[in-house]
Design a protein around this ligand. Structure first.
Ligand code: FAD
Length: 428
């Protein structure tokens, strides 16, 4: 951080000549990394980071893992306060953007407007609430432990209290968050029931044949998984299913996805997609002059995959911050990484890379029933478009190079788990 100390807040950065005032709305990973990148790469104007949460930006992945087990606080700053101050980055916490006026170059907040010459929108996403009239109505407590979502350090703290009290946790949604929280809750000794509207875990994310073996993982840790279980409401001590049955609950976690937190831009003319994401171009410019968007709140067009993508994973937010910093500095570059994320669940490390097309075929390295396995998606030319590994970091690392270079594989060799994946690369 010594470089940043060259840019003290009391120094020449107030209204620096070349940089202009950069306002970053959203104090998460994408926001704080954009601020730091800008300063490290020479932006000499004022940088203000506005965040709705009452604390400095922190990392979210531990919230569904170590923080629930008491192994991490869950709100350790991504960049220490002293380093932000030394870099001349002003952080306004506990203050929410409430409106955007592009013509005036101002963002409205409860404590007055904030001016900008360049604006970066990095407001992330909010948990999707349970649809339906009964859910969330007054008196719906989901048991004394309450109804929870998991996005913030406060959410994690509240959920940890549920785990510490060993309540019967009913998790709505067998997605990534549901699986991770089920793992932590079982580890602390809570009875766990997971209700999934689809026919298998990760329905809608993975094809049925790939996700099917994951059903056994729930049973392995002693969590009850009920699929085709559509929730119609949450009562005082039970969850009600569409077929009228009830599931007793000491507390409820709703984990059914996240939606871009962009409602505050309504009426500004900022182009949004039907899913609420900011519609950005390849360099993450948001369609209005001098406005960029990064991270979970944005969807970028991918030349690599020929479609617009809202990735909503940690790695993309980090890379997008670097892309936006380049653009703000007048050196636009294309944001088109191979999507990557990881999930730690049921004592396993899952890693995902890429984005399969609808007609790609699935190839298993070894026995499809082997829980420690690698799944590869191949296009018509046998070029891998995506890979899912379970406890196979070496496959993941080799697949990254192969996918990035779009190298075709010999399917027979790729299917042999005894051979390194890179040994299946076909000579061009
Ligand atoms: C519990 C959990 C576990 C995860 N685990 C993984 C994982 O294992 N692997 C992985 O790849 N990804 C994981 N992710 C996803 C990853 O954390 C996100 O992709 C990443 O945090 C996105 O960063 P961001 O900066 O775009 O958004 P965020 O981190 O959501 O930050 C946005 C910030 O903007 C603030 N904000 C919103 N609206 C306003 C407003 N109007 N005014 C001011 N501020 C506002 C929010 O309060 C928030 O602090 C996880 C996410 C969660 C919630």
């Amino acid at each position: 951080m010594s470089e940043q100390r060259d840019h003290g807040v009391d120094g020449e950065h107030r209204g620096g000549p070349s940089g202009g005032r950069v306002l970053i709305v959203g104090g998460g990973l994408a926001g704080v990394r954009t601020a730091v990148e800008l300063r490290e790469r020479g932006h000499d104007g004022p940088i203000t980071l506005l965040g709705a949460e009452p604390r400095l930006p922190y990392d979210r992945p531990p919230l569904s893992k170590a923080a629930l087990l008491g192994e991490a606080d869950g709100d350790e700053p991504l960049v220490p306060a002293a380093d932000l101050a030394a870099a001349g980055i002003t952080v306004l916490t506990g203050r929410r953007a409430e409106g955007l006026r592009p013509a005036d170059r101002e963002v409205d907040t409860g404590a007055g407007p904030l001016p900008w010459d360049r604006l970066v929108i990095a407001t992330g996403a909010d948990p999707v609430p349970l649809p339906g009239p009964a859910a969330g109505a007054p008196g719906d407590t989901g048991g004394d432990g309450g109804v929870h979502t998991l996005r913030t350090a406060e959410d994690a703290r509240a959920l940890r209290a549920v785990l510490d009290a060993r309540r019967h946790l009913v998790i709505i949604g067998a997605g990534w968050i549901g699986a991770e929280v089920a793992t932590a809750a079982r580890r602390t000794g809570c009875p766990v029931t997971v209700l999934e509207a689809g026919p298998q875990p990760l329905a809608g994310t993975l094809p049925a044949e790939v996700a099917a073996p994951m059903r056994a993982w729930y049973a392995e840790i002693g969590a009850e998984l009920r699929t085709d279980a559509r929730v119609s409401g949450i009562g005082t001590d039970a969850v009600v299913l569409a077929d009228g049955t009830t599931v007793a609950a000491g507390a409820v976690l709703v984990g059914i996805g996240a939606r871009a937190a962009t409602a505050w831009t309504a009426g500004s003319g900022l182009p949004l997609g039907s899913d609420g994401t900011v519609t950005v171009d390849h360099a993450l410019r948001a369609g209005l002059p001098d406005i960029w968007a990064a991270g979970d709140c944005a969807a970028h067009p991918s030349a690599r995959y020929g479609r617009r993508m809202a990735v909503q994973h940690w790695d993309d937010a980090l890379r997008a911050a670097a892309t936006v910093a380049s653009g703000v500095l007048g050196e636009p570059v294309a944001h088109d990484p191979v999507p990557y994320f990881w999930s730690e669940q049921f004592g396993r490390m899952l890693q995902w890379l890429g984005a399969p097309g609808p007609d790609d075929r699935i190839l298993y390295r070894g026995d499809p029933a082997d829980p420690t396995r690698t799944v590869v998606w191949l296009d018509a030319r046998n070029v891998p478009t995506a890979v899912l590994t379970v406890d196979r970091p070496r496959d993941l690392a080799q697949a990254r190079r192969i996918i990035e270079r779009r190298t075709p594989l010999d399917p027979d060799r790729a299917a042999d788990p005894e051979l390194p994946l890179k040994a299946a690369v076909r000579a061009p």
